[in-house]
Design a protein around this ligand. Structure first.
Ligand code: HMG
Length: 387
């Protein structure tokens, strides 16, 4: 039985900060960002946008095409959760009127949890073909102002319908994984922003890739040459390029510049202008490959490298299915990107400091133009509205 991604759709916020604006504010050569880390824009969430509203925006387009009453589980991956106890998926379940006969859970391990949710959903469907699972990966990447990570912020959510006979990607059995207890990036419970040892985090990412690849290769027997397109976790696009070079070296592969470009670049277009979206980033990269590839991808093998700081990594693969082009939501992705509004640095700071959500009561100013927004906090309860 084939199991995997039947539909995929991503959402981002209505606002962005250009790295040109950022560079001139900080008096830094813009090429440090456009060339050095390979980023142009960061999606910025206003205070009335959070992972629940982003996830709802991402999932709605899928639920418009399938009967929501048939969804059997929501696996919600995030590292920017909104409550220490109640899962973000439970808020989402209410906003989207999902059936009561449904299981909901939140998964966390930094940027890795989206891949974990996808693997778990696949296993659930393999054990019961009736399962139709909504996998969500949603995050808002937020670092301290003037920290090394500030230029690598962003936000986004991906929704995937995982079922049997998938129309986009059939996941293949066998994967390679790796865990190590390290402190490269973390966010203690009392902090809204992440702490990071930036240079160290890039080293740990690449080291994890080598280990996860070795395990993948041993488990599946697949080699570098068996893979047509490579999707990596993309905190910034230059990181994926470093990853691909590392894998080429590790596997002693011969790859021309044109092949390198073909294997990697389609999967980077959205991420370059959305920024880091943590758990969603790998799958926004996959949407980018699907939407921008010039060749027909049918029967092509795509690999996925998920890296979550702290750290857990996994390398796995899937095969693109014959009907994939007929179910892509490219127009919706591009429309969202096109309608984003540019922020000045001062406006970005205004959103950044936003409203104090730790208050017992507050009403949030209306900036989020999407179908779902966080409207208020009432007696410490989040009040969402759909419109
Ligand atoms: P930095 O100190 O701002 O930048 O840190 P830099 O001085 O290292 O420069 C970056 C690159 O730009 C360098 O190239 C420079 O040479 C180049 P490289 O040596 O890397 O090839 N450069 C220029 N190029 C052209 N023209 C110029 C110019 N100036 C410099 N004028 C750092 C960079 C990545 C550390 C920083 O952005 C950071 O701390 N980011 C956050 C952490 C991060 O994204 N880590 C990635 C791996 S960990 C991960 O992916 C997990 C994560 O997503 C979280 C999770 O799992 O939950 C973060």
């Amino acid at each position: 039985m084939k199991v995997g991604i039947d539909l995929i759709h991503f959402a981002t916020s209505d606002y962005f900060l250009g790295l040109d604006t950022f560079a001139s504010q900080k008096n830094i050569d813009v090429e440090k960002f456009t060339i050095g880390i390979g980023q142009e824009k960061m999606s910025i969430a206003p205070p009335d946008e959070d992972v629940v509203t982003l996830a709802a925006k991402a999932a709605k387009a899928i639920l418009d095409q399938v009967d929501p009453q048939k969804i059997t589980a929501v696996l919600f991956a995030t590292e920017s959760g909104v409550d220490q106890s109640k899962s973000a998926g439970a808020f989402l379940h209410g906003l989207l009127n999902l059936p009561k006969r449904c299981r909901v859970i939140e998964l966390k391990h930094a940027c890795y949890a989206g891949a974990a949710a996808l693997q778990m959903a696949t296993a659930l469907v393999k054990s019961n073909v009736k399962e139709k699972i909504l996998v969500i990966a949603a995050d808002i990447a937020k670092y301290d102002v003037d920290s090394s990570g500030e230029a690598t912020q962003g936000c986004g959510a991906v929704a995937m319908l995982v079922k049997d006979s998938p129309r986009i990607l059939a996941l293949e059995s066998g994967s390679g994984y790796y865990t190590d207890d390290v402190m490269d990036f973390w966010r203690p419970n009392h902090r809204e922003t992440a702490l990071v040892d930036g240079k160290y985090s890039t080293m740990v990412y690449l080291n994890s890739l080598k280990h996860a690849w070795t395990h993948f290769n041993e488990e599946t027997g697949r080699t570098f040459q068996d893979i047509d397109y490579f999707c990596y976790h993309i905190p910034f696009t230059k990181m994926a390029e470093k990853a691909h070079k590392t894998l080429i070296k590790k596997t002693k592969s011969e790859v021309s510049d044109a092949q390198f470009e073909e294997q990697l670049s389609y999967g980077q277009s959205y991420n370059r202008i959305v920024g880091n979206s943590y758990s969603a980033s790998l799958f926004i990269g996959f949407c980018s490959l699907l939407d921008f590839a010039k060749q027909n991808l049918v029967n092509k093998r795509v690999s996925f490298f998920s890296y979550g700081s702290g750290c857990v990594a996994e390398f796995f693969s899937g095969v693109i299915q014959p009907e994939y082009q007929s179910v892509l939501m490219t127009a919706s992705h591009q429309q969202q990107i096109l309608q984003r509004q540019a922020l000045s640095y001062a406006e970005y700071l205004n959103f950044y400091h936003g409203s104090d959500l730790s208050q017992e009561n507050c009403i949030l100013p209306e900036h989020n133009r999407g179908s779902f927004r966080l409207a208020a906090i009432e007696e410490h309860k989040r009040i969402y509205i759909a419109r």
